[in-house]
Design a protein around this ligand. Sequence first.
Ligand code: G1P
Ligand code: ZN
Length: 544
Amino acid sequence: MTIRTVKTIPFTDQKPGTSGLRKSVTAFQQTHYLENFVQSVFNSLDGYQGKILVLGGDGRYYNRIAINTILKIASANGVGKVLVGCNGILSTPATSCVIRENDAFGGFILSASHNPGGPNGDFGIKYNIGNGGPAPEKVTEAIFAQSKVISEYKILEAADINIDRPGFFKLGMMEVNVIDSVDSYLKLMESIFDFDQIVNLLKSNSFRLCIDSMNAVTGPYAHKIFEHRLGASIGTVINGIPLEDFGGGHPDPNLVYAHDLVEILFAQNGPDFGAASDGDGDRNMILGHNFFVTPSDSLALLTANAHLVPAYKSGLSGVARSMPTSMAVDRVAAHLNLPCYETPTGWKFFGNLLDDSRATLCGEESFGTGSNHIREKDGLWAVLFWLNILAVRKESVESIVRQHWSEYGRNYYSRHDYEEVDSQRANDLVNVLKLKLTDLAGKNYGSYQVDYADDFSYTDPVDHSVTSGQGIRIGFTDGSRIVLRLSGTGTKGATLRLYVESYEADKAKHNLDTQKALKPLIDIAQEVANIRHYTERESPTVIT
Ligand code: G1P
Ligand code: ZN
């Protein structure tokens, strides 16, 4: 087997976004596109030679081809050993778990998360570092810098290896170990939660659940964990086979895209508990019978009930949420006397807080929650956390959430997405709004008065790195907020996200429809940011 050095020229668009490099499949299919990026990763790293890397993906179209290409580039660059998920399947949280368990140098995750897949869909690649988490900005910037000057890459000339079943292979000097995709992850979950109590809950005839894997990566995990290990009846997991195009669906667990599950849970006589995960298994949506739990509320509830879970019984060191996430968890943190951190959007900003034991639980409004057990958000972990709580409290999801609101008040919260907007116009909206910010404080809009208006900037308390331009915040004197930012994960045009939040302490007012409760603030956002004009849209594409 020989190592070939291939001449190439740089692509100008390989800047990793909120979550790795995400592009259409056709972009990745360009000659040398994937190879350039992978070689740029190696060129930006030091000391990986002879070390272990982890490799897997969400099973989407191009996953298998990319895995064999990456293996050959890794071998040519002197990697010692690669652990590959069987069939190329490793969820994002499982990859983080395997990196940590094996003291690996890092890993590649092949996924475009919740973006649609298939030949006309998206593909993506993320590099994770030795703590199991997404590469921090200084690493992604170094990768991008390399991608702009790359002139050649190294690749082993060899036949593809068969990743369909666990086994050991040799690729040049490098070892390849194809591993079971689920085993390590299941072991970790067993060490965190009270599986015996959950088994008892699922045994009782009065409790029924439904888990929707959305034809994406969590299928094998959910079948093994819920049906085989925890004894839920066969058929509990729906859409449980990972498909290259996710069955034509949009593997994003929210009320719009996980409609199969929503219909089941909102039917008369529907199950007591439902959950869905996204393409790569790091997101979750939690439903009770006839009841939707917002991700922000879910984070607050997990924090308030963490003492019921064996791994968190002895207390949390702190909590963290991304800036646009609702402030519901802040109230629980204040009550429990815990530090609460507000970070920019994207899981990578939680890494330092978790490594430094400043936070135990973290979450984002975008259906992501996780803890210090790994360095990624974790969909099935959140589902097991909820089941553990339900097994101990023996109450319905709705009753647990309503009690929480009675105790802490309710944060009405919604996100409006304007997708595929003209990029220039979206940037104009943001730039014009930025110019207005200094004049906004003190202004009145109806009964609301602006308390502060700024462009969010974050100083990491651990390494003191500063990340600016992270979204426009307009806060009102009653604690309500409007946040606007442009997505860093979209692949077509720009996506404008508007986040709206208002706090209601009065229990008698906890039954309002969310959109109605937030209507005055949504109107203010229109007025201040001229959203209809710049997006050329009458209404958002997706409301969650
Ligand atoms: C979106 C979410 C963000 C999440 C990211 C990756 O990023 O908003 O919370 O971390 O996907 O799953 P955005 O498109 O907003 O940049
Ligand atoms: Zn994801």
